[in-house]
Design a binder for this molecule. Sequence first.
Ligand SMILES: [Zn+2]
Length: 127
Amino acid sequence: MMLVEAADILWRDAPPSAIEHAKTCASATGDLARLSDVDVDVLALALELKAVLVTDDYRLQNTYRHAGGSIESVVNAPSKHVWIWELRCKGCGATSPLPADVSRSKKGPVGECGACGSPMEIKRRRG
Ligand SMILES: [Zn+2]
């Protein structure tokens, strides 16, 4: 406990408004679907405090930088690019924006293509 106090750590909960803001930011890049509730909390606090977000999670880095924040990584070199996620058909290659309510599952198809019925996958938007 003394160590914690010495480190001058702030223990805070993100207010609901900050969490909504975080979700909006994460939706803008399509990262929300793959962020955990804890990730969203962390993002909300970083946004509210305008803090430098220290994380090795590329999705958090991507979202926070897209929202105008600064990031530092703990272990890995920071990702160099900000990207947008999209749905892409495995069959015909048709793409569509990632819906905010897309399944939070980590893997597997997330729907069917409206054009050809093949599974859609979450991919980085090209270019
Ligand atoms: Zn298709």
